[in-house]
Design a protein around this ligand. Sequence first.
Ligand SMILES: Cc1ncc(C[n+]2csc(CCOP(=O)(O)OP(=O)(O)O)c2C)c(N)n1
Length: 282
Amino acid sequence: MLSEAPEQVAEMLRQKSMEARLLLINTLHESGGGHYGGCLSELDILAVLYNGILNIRPDDPEWEGRDHFILSKGHGAIGLASVLALRGFFPREVLKTSKKLDSCVGWHTTIKMPGIEHPTGSLGHGLSVAVGLAVAKKLDKKQSRVFVLLGDGECDEGSVWEGAMAASKYRLDNLVAIVDRNGISYDSRTEEVMPLEPFADKWKAFGWAVRSADGHSVGDLWNAFSAVPFEAGKPSVVIASTIKGKGVSFMENSVAWHAGPTTDEQYRTAIKELQKRAEVAR
Ligand SMILES: Cc1ncc(C[n+]2csc(CCOP(=O)(O)OP(=O)(O)O)c2C)c(N)n1
């Protein structure tokens, strides 16, 4: 798949997501902890979107012609904040302010942070907000697109499926949903909490054009996002297979690492492992 994206672009994207992983771990450890698992699973998706797919202006976050992005799984806030900082929306020093009153850096997204379109954290709302934005773009005859990232556990919320129905009713082919399909919810596997499979078929039945991707392959993600809309007149969904805690061995695919603090020793191990992976990737 990587061969379909220019190798320099793929290399740049891998580099960006590795930098974001390091920044994320530093930020979370300095903050006293946070949502390690879901932030690490979403990072490659965000790195690809923000470094080549989304039409945005980091120095003018509210530029009218921008593509919109909503992080519906709002607890992935620091993952997004790391990518936004590296993309130039604000200085990376801002990420050190999380313990200060009135900081824009927190466990969930807030519109105080440049680049954040909509505050999230209460799951199940982002898709409906994205549907509203996409309808508005259609009515205004604007070319910009709306992307929204959902967690798979989040898809247990009935409101997600109300949004999904509305998106196909209004033929929103300017709307792209991505599901971070890491197979884990809050403290259990998704299929134990509420079986989602056959997941792709469910989206199809709700009128969406569906594509699967390896959520940690920048080439695969790039190809999927570059091909939207997958069908004219239909909203697109990318089901991205990911690993919760990706990049840190003791966090990977573990229900114990949805959120929490890291000890200094765990922090050092995580950083060492990520640095080693970055060297191997080079
Ligand atoms: C409406 C609502 N119910 C419950 C929660 C508590 N909660 C926070 S994260 C989470 C699990 C989400 O799982 P998933 O969407 O798969 O997130 P990821 O694994 O990607 O971190 C839950 C239930 C919440 N934030 N909002």
